[in-house]
Design a protein around this ligand. Structure first.
Ligand SMILES: [Zn+2]
Length: 386
């Protein structure tokens, strides 16, 4: 009886979520060919909006257990929906024995598991590098792999943005790997197939489609994603207001239009992906020259074992050479960047990383400092610019 109630509960919830999402994002699932596939299977997808697991699950006929960051479960509303959706908690970017056991159990019982192998939402609409261990997981599970591509998601809810927009979101899916062919595939073979299978370039797609994504204050918070001015090369000088994006150092100005492109008399980058790829190269050169990255007015928190965050103090943070510094009266910190892992941007504006078992979170009080820039910098130094 309890199980019946739960199934009914799940179906009703799914129906309500689908109605909500369809009204909000205008979803087209006509190319979601695997929506009634026979599980067990593993479904992987590119990751763009906060709503991705809900969008895919709502438009798929069988129950999907998504792997989600354990921290998401702490959020009261999100946690409620994730639990009801049968989501599986995993620690971001760290090996997680328990998550793998959970996945194996669901597959063993004939279920379907959903996964975002990029491990994070991308910042410029182009599918990022996948976590390599996904291929190992696929081989271990020995299962059919379905690839889902979400198109139009980035323009509907860019990672940096405050507001979402309404245009159209397309959901497409196909079988990428059949279980039978897995034994003859190396990890590298699997990696290539899945990387290609969920690759999506939003700006390339939009150049052909030219769909309007309507909303208010379209450029607001773009400086969280784009942090180097292409005209004067200044770092942290860009600010947004309404639809306008402007460099405070050289006065260069862009207008974000309803198609997601940047209009300007300054002939530098009309799309965010190109601008982002360019700034990553500039940042790398900058850090290679041992330049110091710094932010004032930062509040640092820490947590261990999923306990609520406690405040470490307020002050400035700095990257100098191979060291991350937090300068505050209460509890100054010096951490070698090689001892940092799980580097991640929480929401779109908070920097998080692990040092041993301790999770640190830096909140930028100015409201415009790019946590993405910090995450990129720490990752570049940690990988020795590889
Ligand atoms: Zn400038």
């Amino acid at each position: 009886m309890k199980q019946k109630v739960e199934i009914l509960d799940y179906r009703l919830l799914k129906l309500l979520i689908r109605k909500y999402l369809s009204a909000r994002f205008n979803i087209d699932d006509s190319n979601h060919f695997c929506k009634d596939y026979e599980p067990p299977c593993l479904m992987i997808s590119n990751h763009i909006t906060n709503y991705d697991p809900f969008i895919i699950a709502a438009y798929t006929k069988y129950p999907l257990h998504f792997v989600a960051s354990d921290r998401q479960f702490i959020h009261p509303v999100k946690g409620f929906f994730l639990r009801r959706y049968g989501a599986l908690p995993k620690t971001k970017f760290r090996n997680d024995y328990h998550a793998i056991k959970d996945i194996q159990r669901i597959i063993h019982d004939g279920g379907a598991v959903g996964l975002f192998p990029e491990g994070r939402r991308n910042w410029d609409g182009r599918t990022g590098e996948l976590v390599f261990s996904t291929s190992k997981l696929i081989k271990l599970l020995n299962i059919d792999v379905i690839g889902v591509t979400i198109k139009g998601g980035y323009l509907s809810q860019p990672r940096w943005a405050l507001n979402s927009r309404k245009g159209k979101v397309f959901l497409s899916s196909r079988v990428l790997i059949k279980k039978d062919s897995l034994q003859n595939m190396s990890y590298e073979d699997i990696y290539k197939v899945i990387s290609r299978g969920i690759m999506h370039d939003e700006y390339k797609f939009q150049s052909n489609k030219m769909i309007r994504y309507k909303g208010k204050n379209l450029a607001e918070k773009l400086e969280l994603g784009l942090f180097i001015c292409p005209v004067c090369k200044d770092i942290d000088s860009l600010r947004s207001k309404g639809n306008i994006f402007k460099c405070m150092s050289c006065e260069a100005t862009w207008e974000y239009d309803e198609f997601g492109f940047l209009q300007s008399r300054f002939k530098y980058f009309s799309d965010i992906k190109e601008w982002n790829q360019w700034q990553i190269g500039v940042l790398k050169d900058y850090l290679r020259k041992d330049a110091v990255i710094q932010a004032e007015s930062v509040r640092v928190f820490s947590s261990s074992r999923l306990k609520p965050f406690t405040r470490e103090g307020e002050g400035s943070i700095k990257i100098r050479g191979n060291v991350f510094l937090f300068d505050s009266l209460q509890s100054p910190l010096t951490i070698h960047i090689s001892d940092i892992d799980g580097i991640n941007v929480q929401s779109n504006d908070m920097l998080e990383f692990y040092n041993g078992k301790k999770l640190y979170r830096a909140v930028f009080l100015d409201g415009y400092s790019s946590a993405y820039k910090w995450a990129l910098s720490l990752n570049m130094i940690k990988s020795n610019f590889g």
